[in-house]
Each structure stands twice: as C-alpha cells, then as structure tokens.
Design a binder for this molecule. Structure first.
Ligand SMILES: Cc1cc2nc3c(=O)[nH]c(=O)nc-3n(C[C@H](O)[C@H](O)[C@H](O)COP(=O)(O)OP(=O)(O)OC[C@H]3O[C@@H](n4cnc5c(N)ncnc54)[C@H](O)[C@@H]3O)c2cc1C
Length: 464
C-alpha cells in the first residue's frame, strides 16, 4: 500500500508550533513551512542576530511563554520536517508550491493546517507614505527582530491593543514616546470592564502600561481624528483633531495601525468558503470550533482564521491537529479537544470585549483625502478610486480591481484591499460586508521571476 503523504503546516507561530507538536506526538512527521528565519511567528519573533537583549527585554511579560514555545519546537527535532525561510505561494490540485533559496518545491500533503497569522491594517491618511512612517507591527518588528527603533522621538497612532503595547516597548527600550493617539473614544474603553472578569491580568497589564507611559511624560490622547503626517522629505510632525481643536506634535517617527487583519489568501487558494465577519470587519474562511474548514482535510488555526491573540492561537493549533488526527482515523484525545474548545470560547468572549474597546474607526474612510495614496504598489489615489467608482458604477471589489488595478501590484491587495473596501462601502453607501473581497491569486506573496529549478516532492521521500 502506498505510504500516505505527511500533513503540511503553513506557519511556525504559536498555532503552527502547537499543531506540529501534536502531530509529531501522534507519530506523524509534518512538513512545517515558514517564511521566517526562525520559529515563533509575530509575537514570539526571534532576532535576526543576537543583540545583547534577553527574552525578558524582548518579550516582556510574555517571555516565559516565548521561551517555552521556542524550546518545545526545538525539542521536536527530526520529528518534524521544518523548513524555515520557505514561502508557500500557491496551492493547486491538492499540492503546495513552496519556495526556498530560489528553488520551487511542489509538495504533496495529506491534511493541510493553515496557521498563517495576521498583518497590520491601515486606512490611508495624508502623509502615511512619508519616510519615517511605519505600521505598528513594522515598528515592533524593527525593535524585536533587529534591535533598532524607527526614530528618536516617536508618535504611536491608531487603534488596537498593539498601539499601547508597542509604545510601551519603545519606552522601555529608551526611546522618547511623544504621544499615543488613540482613535477610540473614552466610551469605548468602558468595554474593558467586560474584559476585566474574563482576564484581569491582561486588562491590568494594559492599564499599567498606560500609567507607565503617562508617568514618563507621554501624551495619551483618546478619540483623535483627522490625523495628518507632515514633513518635507521625512516625517517631522503629526497633526490631529481632539476636543474640537487641532494639535501638532513634533516627531521623527510615526507608528500607525488600526488593528490587525487575518492572512486568508492561502485558505482562499485551498478553496475554503468565506463569510463576512462583522467583528473583524473582514471576510473570513468558515471554520468549525474544531478548526475544520469547509474543505475536507483543510484546517484553520490562529489569527489567520480570525484575530484572537497568541494564547488562542496555541489552543487552536493543537485543536486543529487533533481534528486532523481524528479525520485520518488515528487515536486522538477527545477530552482534550473538548477542553480546548471551551478555552477558545472563553478567549473569544474576551476578544469581543477587547475589539469593542479598540474599535476600527470606520468613519475615517469617508474622510480619506482624494490625494492620499490608496494602493501604494500601483500608485492609485483615493480620488482616482472614487472617480472610477462613480464613472463605472462600481459596487464590488473585484470590479474595482479590474478597472483601477487596486490590489494588482506586489502586495496583491494585502495592504490596500481592506482600505479600498471601506472606501467602496462609504462611497456606494453599502454595508462593508456587501462589497465583497478580492479573490486570492497565486503568487500570494511576491516571488522572483527567475525561479528556474523545481523539485517535485509529490512522491514523498520519508527520508527527506
Ligand atoms: C507584526 C505583528 C506583531 C504582533 N505582535 C504581537 C505582540 O507583541 N503581542 C501580542 O499579543 N500579539 C501580537 N501580534 C498578534 C499576533 O499575530 C498573535 O497574537 C499571534 O502571533 C498569532 O499566532 P499565529 O500562530 O496565529 O500567527 P503568527 O504568529 O503570525 O505566525 C504565522 C506564521 O506564518 C508564517 N506565514 C504566513 N504566511 C506564510 C506563507 N504564505 N508561507 C510561509 N509562511 C507563512 C509567518 O511567517 C508567521 O511566522 C502581532 C501581530 C502582528 C501582525
């Protein structure tokens, strides 16, 4: 009888690591691909080179979890076929195209766990493409992985728990944090009272960060609007409205972001059905509590399926692996699976409260200036998009793409599509869920044009 192909896990963050450990413990040897150079994903990202800082300095209160996850994954050793620096760029006919060192590998799999995580979400504001402006996640990666800051005097602006976390991390690293400008009003923060009984440690840790920032002289401002970043060749100040007045703050770096967005392109290529999720304001792949998608043998775990944070990602990765084992007719711990689902449901209630405390400022979409760049890759402004929407009576995202080229460039809509959907919804006075989503196309992330060598691994070599 032919040997079954191994399962494939995409992503070695908290979700992918726990999935890999569960499959390895059951005697399967999963292939784990991750485009990063080391395991850990976003939250537990490892430095590119040792920079003299220890885990406590890098991961703060989460240092223990980071160390445990890194250690557990390293301990799997040859029980997993781990491939770092490897990009999954296509899924076709039940196989995966993964690229490493300029060589494409066509990998067969029996069971696919997508643990692809999330990325930053932004709406264009004037000056957002000036040098010195980073996304919140990008600013954190600079500090966490490269040990450098985006400026000497930095302003953090936008919405989401990362806003305060990254500002605090910069302050701890010795950077002057001039201000934290939060789009959410004070009334939204009352939702933290709902989160308090569910996770008092998380809420209190957040409040301690705000207090520490305040004590260090950082201006913390809620309910800001009409953000504008100014500078000649580089950011030199940020301007915003608050309390009916305009304010200006001098700075040489801005970290800007409005919550996170799930990386769902691989799920799309795998053929998963999607549905609009009002909480995340995004079309997300359908998923059962077990992690099963609408496609047999394809499982979804972690922030790539719905934003829920690192603890949920670990639980969801393990749960999805248990589902895969069950579906392959292998022994699996049903009681553990049920306990994980209960844990995930509790975290989901917490997440609901957090999202309400840090809401996406959807009303900003109506204010996007006509000359603000909406699609950076194709250099399409918000004004050009508005004109096309009016001229061609566009009401759906793929039509907007076809007419304007928004989402056709290098990022394939990963940065601009969510913002373009908000603009389209406002412009056509439709619900954001009704304007659709861009269909994912391979390659889902940029690949070189000169990939000449291809290795066909569909006949799996167990000694690989
Ligand atoms: C930039 C950034 C910083 C964050 N920092 C924090 C933080 O400090 N604290 C916090 O609580 N939460 C943070 N988050 C939220 C964080 O995403 C989750 O809490 C947690 O990391 C989710 O785990 P995960 O396993 O689902 O995904 P991730 O940790 O994001 O891991 C996904 C992995 O999949 C890999 N991947 C994705 N697509 C592909 C592909 N096509 N081919 C190959 N590999 C692929 C990525 O390289 C990544 O390693 C951050 C999010 C972002 C985007």
């Amino acid at each position: 009888m032919a040997e079954r192909a191994p399962p494939l896990i995409v992503g070695a963050g908290p979700a992918g690591i726990r999935a890999a450990a569960t499959l390895a413990a059951a005697g399967l040897r999963p292939v784990v691909v991750d485009e990063g150079h080391a395991c850990g994903g976003q939250i537990y990202r490892q430095p590119l080179a040792q920079d003299g800082r220890d885990d406590r300095a890098r991961y703060g209160s989460e240092a223990g979890k980071a160390a445990l996850l890194h250690r557990d994954f390293a301990a799997l050793g040859p029980d997993v076929d781990y491939r770092p620096n490897t990009l999954l760029w296509n899924l076709r006919d039940g196989t995966a195209d993964v690229l490493r060192d300029g060589v494409n590998h066509r990998v067969g799999y029996d069971g696919l766990i997508l643990a692809t995580g999330a990325t930053d979400r932004v709406l264009p504001i004037p000056g957002w493409t000036l040098p010195g402006v980073f996304t919140l996640g990008g600013a954190q990666i600079a500090l966490k992985a490269q040990g450098c800051a985006i400026g000497r005097r930095v302003v953090f602006a936008g919405s989401g728990p990362l806003l305060y976390l990254v500002a605090w991390q910069y302050m701890k690293a010795g950077v002057e944090v001039a201000a934290v400008l939060d789009a959410a009003p004070l009334s939204a923060k009352l939702n933290l009272l709902r989160a308090l009984p569910l996770a008092p440690d998380i809420v209190l840790r957040g409040l301690r960060m705000v207090a520490a920032l305040g004590l260090a002289g950082t201006r913390v401002q809620l309910g800001v609007s009409s953000l504008r970043i100014e500078g000649k060749d580089k950011v030199s100040r940020i301007v915003y409205q608050s309390g009916g007045r305009e304010h200006r703050i001098a700075c040489d770096g801005v970290a800007y972001g409005l919550n996170l967005r799930s990386e769902t392109q691989a799920a799309d290529l795998a053929g998963c059905a999607f549905r609009f999720d009002p909480r995340d304001r995004a079309h997300l792949p359908l998923r059962e509590a077990s992690g099963r998608s609408s496609v047999a043998g394809v499982y979804l775990a972690g922030d790539g399926a719905r934003i829920a944070g690192a603890d949920a990602a670990e639980a969801a990765g393990e749960r999805a692996a248990l589902a895969l084992l069950e579906d392959r007719g292998l022994p699996h711990d049903a009681a553990r699976a049920a306990a994980l689902e209960l844990r995930l449901a509790k975290i989901d209630r917490l997440r609901g409260a957090l999202e309400a405390a840090f809401p996406f400022p959807a009303h900003w979409a109506a204010e996007i200036a006509d000359d603000a760049l909406l699609c950076r890759c194709e250099e399409i402004s918000a004004g050009e998009a508005r004109r096309a929407i009016g001229d061609y009576v566009l009401t759906e995202m793929n039509r907007l793409k076809a007419i304007t080229r928004i989402g056709m460039g290098r990022c394939q809509g990963r940065m601009c599509a969510a913002a373009a959907a908000e603009l389209l919804a406002v412009q056509t006075q439709r619900d954001i869920g009704a304007v659709g989503r861009l269909r994912a196309q391979a390659p889902i992330k940029p690949i070189p044009l000169d990939v000449s060598l291809s290795v066909d691994e569909r006949q799996h070599d167990p000694a690989h």
